[in-house]
Design a protein around this ligand. Sequence first.
Ligand SMILES: C[S@@+](CC[C@H](N)C(=O)[O-])C[C@H]1O[C@@H](n2cnc3c(N)ncnc32)[C@H](O)[C@@H]1O
Length: 451
Amino acid sequence: MEAASGPKPAARRPKRGELLEVEIESLAFGGRGVARTEGLVVFVAGALPGDRVRAEVTKAKKRFAEARAVELLTPSPDRVADVCVHGGEPCPGAPWQGLAYERQLEHKSDQVGEALRRIGELEGFELEEIVPAAEQWRYRNKLEYSFGEDGDQPTLGFHARGRWDLIVDVDDCHLASAAGNKARDAVRDWAQLGSIRAYDGRAHKGTLRNLVVREGRRTGQIQTRLVTTPSRFPKPPVDLHTTIEGDSGGTDGPTGVLGEERLREELCGLKLEMSHGAFFQTNTEMAERLYGVVAEFAGLSGSERVFDLYCGIGTIGLTLAAQAGEVWGLEIVPEAIADAERNAERNGIENAHFLAANARTGVRPLLVQAGKADVVVIDPPRAGLSQKIVRRLLECEAKKIVYVSCNPTTLAPNAAQLVEAGYRLSRVRPVDMFPQTPHIECVALFEKVAA
Ligand SMILES: C[S@@+](CC[C@H](N)C(=O)[O-])C[C@H]1O[C@@H](n2cnc3c(N)ncnc32)[C@H](O)[C@@H]1O
């Protein structure tokens, strides 16, 4: 018998701050748990499928609410023990650590397929097996810490869950290597010895803001960058010192060099250097596998003109250069382009050229300078491409587009636009760059359909 149809009964709209007891059914894009209660869908941060949790409502709309888990009432039978814990709280950088690794891979793969089918309304592509991470822990080559205070002693760690004003001191972060942890501890020791105060955003007083630790995994080099207000204090034991006035949220600002200016790394047989402001994949080992998938999908024969759009320090283009006729990289950050040029020279690569430009306005001048591309590799930030940039991409008239995406929900509409304009989405392969987190990377191959 069919259920009687009719308007759905109105859900009870909870208040902000209200506590709900819910059972998590599944995971949403972005990694939050999904629960249903009294006709309402609740997205719960910090909870996994099968968990029964007490959750505090942070936002309430007509048909859905957002909440954060404040108490784990009954853990999911599928939960595995947390590995990375700071001050009794699970590490904020590893929100999926309670989920067995195989399940993490299944969720990521499913979410790529679901985004392309549901958001992009695409069918007929091959969703290939996800490439698992080489290391499930201690894989990050970059971590950013914040300073706080315990009494009048500076602490150095991560923000407590849902708190902008409380820092949990970190002893051993299992996302960082032992050397990276040691480097952080040395800076904390220096701050404590000198009794240097952490910056207090409410009182607009104090000095220490953040510490960024980067690591050359293959060179063993550790680079530390201290971020402070412009105060006077003893010389810190770091490589770089950034000063920021006022309450800007980030860590970018004028930076002085006290040690080594650039980080050295080795990747796919290349010797690379990068400035602190340039993007570099945070998982070195998996970046190599990711670029391997890009090379496989590009299928170069030695003569092609390849565009590497959103090229950072040029890594994708440089790794493809030996199999291409010529490579052209485009990137908005000028320091990254200077790094890319230096990297090409250092590795004796003469067929790679780089341009500092915004993809929005830079593709047409690139086409005038270089001519049309045979293959375009595109690797945008999480927001993906605007419709206008997709139109510029189409003007390249490439036979193949290899799209590296760190967000399947923004890949999907871009993919639909490319398909609408005459490309076929043939293959998609997810690559797990970020174990213990909901972040999903994948590579998609688009091939021009013959007219
Ligand atoms: C996901 S990273 C990829 C970098 C590089 N392909 C790699 O694998 O290291 C995205 C890059 O796009 C650059 N970017 C962001 N917005 C841009 C824009 N409008 N035009 C050109 N580059 C941009 C960022 O600076 C960053 O280097």
